[in-house]
Design a protein around this ligand. Sequence first.
Ligand code: ADP
Ligand code: MG
Length: 701
Amino acid sequence: MSDLSTPITYLPGVGPQRAKTLETELGITTFRQLLYYFPYKHIDRSRLYYIHELTADMPFVQIKGEILSYEEEGVGHKQRLIAHFTDGHGLIDLVWFQATTFKWIKKNYPAGKLFIVFGRPAVFNGRINIAHPDIDPADTIQLGSLGLQPYYSTTEKMKRRGVNSRSLQRFIATLFQRIDLSLLPETLPPDIISRLSLVSLSQSLHDLHFPSSADALRRATYRQKFEELFFIQLGILRYTRQRQAEVKGYTFSRVGNLFNTFYAQHLPFSLTEAQKRVIREMRHDMGSGRQMNRLLQGDVGSGKTLVALMTILIALDNGFQACLMAPTEILAEQHFATFSQMLGQMPIRVELLTGAVKGKKKRADILGGVARGDVHILIGTHAVIQENVVFHRLGLAVIDEQHRFGVAQRAQLWKKSDIPPHMLVMTATPIPRTLAMTLYGDLDVSVIDQLPPGRKPIETRHFWQERTQSLYQGIRAEINKGRQVYIVYPLISESEKMDLQDLDNGYEEYCQAFPDLKISKVHGRMKSAEKDAEMERFVRGETQILVATTVIEVGVNVPNASVMVIMNAERFGLAQLHQLRGRVGRGADQSYCILVTKYNLSSETKQRIQIMCDTTDGFEIAEADLRFRGPGDLEGTQQSGMAFDLHVANIARDGQLVQLARDIANEILDNDPAQQLPQYKPMWAHLRELSRDNINWSNIS
Ligand code: ADP
Ligand code: MG
């Protein structure tokens, strides 16, 4: 048996040229990597279908019959060749779109000859057709011998160098002759294997490539998915437990005067049940003697600020200071205003520290107060974690809108005292549970799943960009009612000239359409002071329309704004649209979100816009987003500092399996906390190997 670390060049049939291609294109250099290069699909070529059995949701099918006649339709890029095909049980159209190939097709697939046609059925104009099918003469194909064929992804470059899916299939078949899979050590413990009726590692590796049946493929896939998700969870949970054992936390045993006084006398409204629940959860954490590490998720407008404020009061009641960090100066100032107002009647000193707080004396005064402990709550931007800020006794750090705060910045807060402060991270970007379990698996998660009463759901409408007049009318009507309006343009990167041009043109257009109104313009390339001044004008109601890029996305609260117009909405992702929409609907009035797009939209974009029009539920939107984009792109994923390699599992689709993997990992950690039990030894060894290869646990917040 060959060692799995053997370089791929030693595999018969590969050779130095192809080995180079495999390395540069797929990163495959060893037998092991080739073994783990799984096909992205299998196609059942053992079975023939009848045309009358076909439906548009079938993946791939084979039918056997003859072409009756050809027909060409359309002109220009709509040109297509249609073959009317029958198997004696029904009729179907085969369609090609590349005009240059039409002649070749007609010559090679003459009418009247028996063929096997292979492809994916689709519905067009109410009829089923197959576009660009594979066609073979019926007498050259032996059906029974084909079975489930693996298909491997390849790149254009590979194909040009003669390495295609078929070649990979051949290489792997050769690999199976060279290695004895049964000698491969099992990675999962025997009790888990038997309890979940999993196939062995070697069996699953074989069957993922060359399954003998659909059932064998299903079982192999299940085992591999479980394995991938399980080791991620095992790693996260082991790390979390270890940290909990080593890191102590301050014990906040008292819910004292400040909290109770505020609750009884100054709370401007009654808390929602969800707010009460999450405050209880945090009280419990902070009283446990362990360091709290909690992620608070709540849709925009769900009232996270108030929850933060009351949690902070618990810290103060126990003789500690607290800080609240926001990603932008505007947000920090807003929080400062809210806190100052709500706590105005109480003996609490709140200070604001941002880059905009100028004057040596003023800063020295704040810093001195923080160091002595007379500043109880420090609110700010990342300025609050800079080196020169020394707290007397920091007990709780709250981070708002977490996705703008990197892991490194969070870690810096930890260093502010011997015992790290309790951490509360708040985010309005809802993360589906299964993803949170993986990305933030070491954080406890609280969810505010309820909006304060009396809110009218925001009405969302879709406009084509040509219909400017009715859009202007709508805007005018709201402004006549005394409301304010946001107009947002996409700015993918701050250096995109074209986008800025759009914004400038848009601003000009609105100035012309509403000559009697005052209009602000804000984008990320403006100087920070200039930008803030312009924002402030809008916040104070001096301007009625704010034309902006997504700089307004996070947190800004202007309750009087009732319309959010999003231009070129097709260019935004779902999560971002939802965030933007959350800027309105903060007062009691009916608010509107207008998604303006061009006329020609891809079907995926249409679905995205439709979802936005159909629901305001952030979690529903997040789930949809995950389905559309996959977890890799999701906001926050990058900053999570967590790299994990999923070959087969998919966090969006395998949610239940994530939960199962987590439960079992927890169970094992309960049973074998010292990592000593003989039946788990190979599993721990495998985890260590994986951590070395691709998961850097120390990076996780
Ligand atoms: P977010 O979760 O988006 O940060 P905020 O904390 O800014 O939401 O709250 C949005 C608005 O709802 C604020 O004006 C706040 O005062 C108000 N609010 C918060 N909690 C309640 C409640 N229980 N009842 C009524 N209004 C509330
Ligand atoms: Mg907020």
